[in-house]
Design a protein around this ligand. Structure first.
Ligand SMILES: CC(C)(COP(=O)(O)OP(=O)(O)OC[C@H]1O[C@@H](n2cnc3c(N)ncnc32)[C@H](O)[C@@H]1OP(=O)(O)O)[C@@H](O)C(=O)NCCC(=O)NCCS
Length: 160
């Protein structure tokens, strides 16, 4: 069973291990430049945890920490992002976690971005009712090169 709850400090070493996964980093593409930089990781998460406008949720599978899902703002618009540890991929965990977050956060429209070739992430978003509403291209530190990105939107009248 997949649940979400507020992030605990004890979850952070698990999130750190997740972002060290080179397969996941390449997939996500738009990541920190130095995933192994623990100080930078902790600085980022302290900033996230201290900001009440950012909704952070730990994803649990049973009692195990499987990843996280976040609502933040980009240029004043609400956006979601998520990261699931590879051991839990392909079991509907991201879809269930994002569905839970979207149940808590009723604001619409709400946006998301994914590397255009991150088919799993685009699929998760589509299963949650998001539709492609734009395209972008930018430098992706996780790949060290410019990468095409899709912007997806969940509208107020979206049918899931
Ligand atoms: C992307 C990610 C969140 C997916 O997590 P997950 O728990 O495996 O996702 P789910 O199981 O809920 O759904 C994945 C869907 O993508 C599909 N999928 C997976 N790989 C795919 C591929 N290469 N092409 C097309 N569809 C694919 C699955 O079949 C599934 O769809 P289905 O239910 O219709 O069969 C996870 O791989 C991850 O955290 N990756 C690293 C970080 C990342 O990319 N975060 C997103 C940043 S935008």
């Amino acid at each position: 069973m997949v649940r979400v709850r507020p992030v605990h400090d004890a979850d952070l070493p698990i999130f750190y291990a997740h972002q060290l996964d080179p397969v996941a980093t390449a997939m996500a593409a738009f990541t920190s430049a130095e995933p192994a930089d623990h100080a930078a990781f902790m600085t980022r998460w302290r900033r996230l945890l201290d900001d009440d406008a950012i909704v952070k949720r730990t994803v649990l599978v049973g009692d195990d920490v499987a990843g996280h899902v976040i609502r933040f703002e980009r240029d004043g618009q609400p956006e979601v992002t998520y990261w699931i540890g590879r051991a839990y991929w392909g079991r509907g965990v991201a879809t269930a976690a994002l569905t839970a977050l979207l149940g808590e956060i009723r604001e619409r429209p709400i946006f998301a971005r994914a590397a255009a070739d991150n088919r799993a992430s685009v699929r998760v978003l589509e299963k949650c009712g998001f539709r492609v509403c734009g395209h972008d291209r930018g430098f992706a530190a996780g790949r060290g090169q410019a990468v095409d990105e899709v912007i997806l939107c969940l509208a107020s009248d979206a049918a899931t």
